[in-house]
Design a protein around this ligand. Structure first.
Ligand SMILES: [Ca+2]
Ligand SMILES: [Ca+2]
Length: 285
């Protein structure tokens, strides 16, 4: 090889070494690698004399031409790696530097490919169909989440932050926060016991004595209407709210006392009413 009539060898261009050569257009293409990991390419004539050069944005592009696995991923040429297959839409990444929705739809923003290296710190982790296009969930290395809306061709339309990823778990059909549940789960009884065991001892259900001392924590689920509660019980809610099945509800019942109607019932009727509430999962101890 030569350039401008001067032999080209291992010490000719500091930092660069020629690593591959193949026939091209009656001459050759020569692949150069820099010590920083970047690649460049020469085109030479049949005598090995330099004609032109170019840098390579994505050296995997030339693996097939040189028939070599340059990035050591076990594949000669581009490779697609699955990211997720949950729900009805899949997400993958390609060594072409782009995310693929459903195996072939390229994610883009402002006409440029969007891939694993496009936005430092961010990676796309889920995709699902939305409004004729897609929603794509992104995760930052710092634990933040964001979401893109794209059109059917994968082109970015808008984005938003996702303050609590549990809100979108059901949409993506995946337990993204690793809690063991996809989306919100209705609270379950912590201990399996019969409704009767959940009642305050006889004698405490009378007048204003209430249950406060015995039923110290009750969780409230959304199918209990205020009307039902009022019919039987006076309740005091703790501070704060939580989301159950996506509905904001008071976090805790901190005090429960029977109202006058309940106090006037016999113990048997009281037990039955409370048992019914428990059976409906209205109150959970
Ligand atoms: Ca490769
Ligand atoms: Ca999906």
């Amino acid at each position: 090889m030569s350039r401008d009539g001067v032999k080209t060898g291992p010490d000719s261009i500091p930092g660069w070494e020629a690593v591959q050569a193949e026939a091209f257009n009656g001459g050759f293409k020569v692949l150069w690698k820099n010590t920083d990991g970047s690649y460049g390419e020469w085109i030479t004539d049949a005598s090995g004399a330099y004609i032109s050069s170019a840098s390579l944005d994505n050296f995997v592009d030339v693996e097939t031409f040189y028939n070599v696995d340059l990035n050591g991923d076990g594949t000669i040429g581009h490779k697609t790696t699955s990211i997720e297959t949950a729900g009805s839409v899949t997400l993958a990444s390609s060594t072409r530097g782009v995310y693929l929705v459903n195996g072939s739809v390229e994610l883009t923003r402002d006409g440029a490919k969007a891939g694993p290296d496009s936005f430092p710190g961010w990676e796309a982790i889920h995709a699902e169909a939305f409004n004729g296009g897609f929603k794509v969930l992104w995760k930052n290395a710092n634990g933040d989440y964001g979401e893109w809306i794209t059109d059917a061709s994968g082109a970015y339309i808008s984005s938003t932050t996702i303050p609590d990823v549990i809100d979108v778990e059901a949409f993506y059909s995946y337990d993204i926060n690793g809690s063991g549940t996809v989306g919100y789960e209705l609270p379950k009884l912590a201990q399996q016991s019969s409704p009767a065991q959940k009642l305050a001892p006889e004698g405490e259900i009378s007048g204003e004595a209430g249950w406060a001392g015995t039923v110290d924590v009750l969780e409230f689920v959304p199918n209990v209407t205020a009307e039902i509660v009022d019919e039987f019980l006076s309740v005091v809610f703790g501070a704060g709210e939580t989301k159950i099945a996506g509905i904001s509800v008071p976090t805790k019942l901190v005090d429960v006392s029977s109202n006058s109607d309940l106090a006037n019932e016999t113990d048997a009727v009281t037990d039955l009413m409370i048992a019914n509430l428990l059976e409906e999962d209205s109150f959970l101890l």
